[in-house]
Write a protein of this length. Structure first.
Length: 117
């Protein structure tokens, strides 16, 4: 129940999420071993946990929280997260609004909410 308006926070809102995972795939390509690549299922699980977690007012905050949760997989170098709110409550008819954030491993400690730089 993410959103700024009271109505958005009272009723679940439809969202769409895209994740782009960045990592060195050289070893996975060479070995064809699942252990040498990202765990895509875990990335989706982490994202869903954030979406179902405590409410966020802003898409920016929601996208950043998803990115930090996904970067818990230390094999990842970076992640791009797109969060789309479908049918946002706007004065004009639009199908969605979205925010795209890219977080890199080096930036993680500096930008993660609640962590000291």
């Amino acid at each position: 129940m993410h959103g700024v308006l009271d109505g958005e926070r009272r009723a679940p809102q439809p969202f769409e999420l895209d994740l782009d995972l960045y990592l060195d795939t050289t070893r996975a390509a060479r070995t064809d071993e699942l252990a040498h690549t990202a765990d895509y299922g875990a990335a989706v699980d982490a994202a869903v946990a954030v979406l179902l977690g405590p409410p966020r007012a802003l898409l920016e905050s929601l996208a950043a929280a998803v990115g930090h949760a996904v970067l818990a997989d230390h094999r990842l170098d970076a992640v791009t997260v797109v969060v789309r709110k479908l049918r946002p409550p706007l004065a004009h008819a639009v199908s969605s609004t979205a925010v795209r954030v890219t977080l890199q491993r080096a930036e993680r400690a500096e930008r993660e909410p609640g962590r000291a730089p």
